[in-house]
Design a protein around this ligand. Structure first.
Ligand SMILES: [Ca+2]
Ligand SMILES: [Ca+2]
Length: 523
């Protein structure tokens, strides 16, 4: 439901009824239909009606077994409801009665199509084996909570079909023949249309084990526009198999191909399925959950060192399972390391080696890494986030404060230089502020400093004490050795002129005792 906003579904963040400051935070203002100021945007009331309608449909389907509700929950095109004016909802009942064919897992690329890894890009264009689906689309994500680069996780595979003229555009060669018999059985393809290419008129060509083929009637898939379209804003392309001639053996389909009916276009095929309009019975089976410790800690050690982290299942694995642990620092912008764990049947606990960034240079006293559990096969998430604390064990960086000149003539610059004995590879900060000193009559005033600098840094009336207004944060970026605080003075003071001083107190890791005072005299 494009344009729907979670803020309209609770009491605390709904504009108009919450106590906390709240607003409609649907950000896709490029979307012609759904932008916040668009007439066609669903109102808050309409969004709640839509939520109510679909929750009700789900309860009636899953709770009461009313399969007529599949019309709302598993439709081939956009579903509209009178109460929503012309609002449209797209649905897929992935847990329905389907035999699923997944590109790369149950089928190879057939014809001119190409398998690709299902991530849109934000600068990451390479994968070891497959090209990336959706190059040029705006975001790189796997699951909705995974932002950024995470090499090593098994990304979903899709089929990319693109064409420059009408005709075959790509498809799937199935590993095993697909049985799509049954009077109401359809063949459902989940297809995402590239918004940059526009609507895609498509037909579907089916081939059976004897080589007989049949091509379905043309259907038009719209292009969903907007900023957040990724390669999985799919629509269902439903092929009515009742229309197929008897010569097509529906019990043994071996190829499913997309046939383009327009001059150019690009789509991604997420999967294909023989779909019966019904629910499957709930399986009598529960999947064990994986947990990692809430907190694990280690000394950093030397490059290449790893740490073993325990994991635990809620019950012995009934079948071989798989999960990954992503160790990620929120402090550094790296994508984190991925450890894959295979769990043999019958096993309920074990340890996994976690890679982290161990070096021989100074770091903050502790680095915190999140350990995120990603279930991959036949396992679910228990406590999904653990924390790994890595204690730095390398000599601390040392910082030294020097004055360029212990005294400066009026009109000159008072400059303090802070030097590190070595560069660091993290963001290192030292704070400089001016304490009150005795006697106060000798302390520099705001009017002793140049106006431009005063406006940019401290403000205040000319007679105000300058030191207590100074608040400078020296930021050493990775690789930096030297930072400065520099106060330009006026030739003619705005207040009465006799010698004055400015004392700064530097505070930060790396200074002897954590802090150091230094005074420069203004002559
Ligand atoms: Ca170390
Ligand atoms: Ca270190």
């Amino acid at each position: 439901m494009r344009g729907a906003n979670h803020n309209f579904f609770n009491t605390e963040w709904t504009p108009g009824i919450s106590q906390a400051p709240s607003f409609d935070d649907w950000f896709d203002q490029r979307h012609r239909l759904c932008a916040r100021n668009s007439d066609t945007r669903l109102t808050a009331t309409e969004q709640r009606r839509a939520g109510l309608s679909w929750v009700t449909a789900a309860v009636r389907l899953f709770g009461a077994g009313e399969t007529s509700m599949l019309e709302a929950l598993d439709a081939s095109g956009a579903v509209t409801v009178p109460k929503l004016r012309d609002g449209a909802v797209w649905t897929h009942a992935l847990g329905g009665d389907r035999r699923l064919v997944r590109p790369g897992t149950d089928a190879a690329a057939g014809g001119p199509g190409q398998l690709c890894r299902a991530m849109a890009t934000g600068g990451f264009l390479f994968h070891r084996r497959l090209p990336i689906c959706g190059v040029g689309l705006n975001e790189l994500r796997m699951l909705h909570w995974f932002v950024g680069r995470t090499n090593g996780l098994p990304w979903p595979v899709q089929l990319l079909a693109e064409w420059q003229r009408a005709g075959p555009a790509g498809g799937l060669a199935l590993d095993d023949p697909l049985d799509a018999t049954g009077s109401d059985t359809s063949l459902d393809l989940r297809v995402t249309v590239d918004p940059r290419e526009g609507a895609a008129p498509l037909r579907v060509r089916l081939t059976d084990a004897d080589g007989s083929t049949w091509t379905s009637a043309r259907q038009n898939l719209i292009a969903m526009t907007g900023h957040y379209i990724r390669t999985w804003w799919a629509q269902t392309l439903r092929v009515d198999l009742a229309a197929a001639p008897p010569r097509l053996d529906r019990a043994a389909l071996t190829e499913v191909a997309l046939v383009a009916s327009s001059g150019s276009g690009r789509v991604w095929l997420l999967d294909a399925a023989a779909r019966r309009p019904a629910l499957l019975p709930v399986p009598d089976r529960s999947v064990p959950t994986v947990s990692v410790p809430r907190r694990t800690s280690t000394d950093e050690g030397d490059p290449g060192d790893r740490i073993e982290v325990d994991w635990q299942l809620s019950a012995p694995a009934p079948s071989p399972g798989r999960f990954a642990i992503v160790a990620r620092s929120s402090f550094r912008a790296s994508g984190g390391s991925v450890s894959l764990v295979r769990v043999p049947a019958g096993v309920s606990s074990g340890t996994v080696q976690i890679d982290y960034d161990s070096d021989t240079t100074d770091d903050l006293p502790t680095t915190r890494l999140g350990l995120e559990v990603v279930p991959l096969r036949d396992l679910a998430v228990g406590s999904d986030v653990g924390r790994l604390i890595v204690r730095d064990d390398d000599p601390n960086v040392r910082a030294r404060v020097t004055r360029r000149d212990p005294s400066v003539n009026r009109g000159g610059r008072m400059t303090w230089v802070v030097r590190l004995n070595k560069a660091v590879d993290y963001k290192f900060e030292i704070f400089a502020g001016g304490p009150r000193t005795r006697p106060e009559s000798e302390m520099m005033r705001v009017g002793d400093a140049r106006r431009r600098w005063v406006d940019d840094h401290v403000g205040g009336r000319p007679k105000a004490l300058l030191g207590p207004r100074v608040f400078e944060l020296l930021r050493f970026r990775p690789g930096d050795h030297v930072e400065r605080v520099s106060v330009p003075t006026r030739v003619n003071s705005l207040v009465h002129e006799h010698p004055r001083t400015l004392t700064l107190r530097f505070e930060g890791r790396g200074l002897d005792g954590g802090a150091e005072r230094s005074t420069i005299r203004l002559r």
